[in-house]
Every structure is written in C-alpha cells, then in structure tokens.
Design a protein. Sequence first.
Length: 100
Amino acid sequence: MTITTNIMNNLEAFVNGGCERVVNHPQYQVWLNMPPVKRWSVLTGVLLAVTTLFFGLLYLIFGKIVVIGFLASILAGLATGAGALPALFFRNISNNLFNS
C-alpha cells in the first residue's frame, strides 16, 4: 500500500467515526426534532453571535481600520458571487444583461 492510500484510508475512517459520533449525540437528536423554522432561527442566532464576537475581537486587537477592511473584503466577495449568478441561471445571456 502506498503512503497516499494509507493516508486516505485513515482520513476516511476518521471522518466516518466523527460523523457517527455526531449523529449519535443526544444534542444532535434534539436539534433534528426541532421544527425547521426554530432550527434555522437558532442557527442564525448562533452565527450572528459568533460573527459579533469575531468582529469585536478584531476591533479590540487591531482597531477600527482592520474591521472596516475586513467588512469591505466580505462585501466585495459577495458582490462577485452575485455577479456570477446570471451565469448559473441563464444559458444564453443577452447583451443587455452583460451591460448591466
């Protein structure tokens, strides 16, 4: 067996074991039994809390300029993704859409 095959087999066993532990965890079962709206609301709240904590730490450690630069780069990435959306939904893109 090559080293790459051995590493891939070990990685696959590790991921499968981790997935099995997560699925069998009681808190995950509680999560699955929640209504979808409540589940997504909790997830959104947790993500907002983590984001607020992250930006707060950036502000405390590096200052206002770094936080503004970080937000600007996130917005630029989102704008790039939004600009690529027409390519996903339309086969033939008109010149008017390209110009916009």
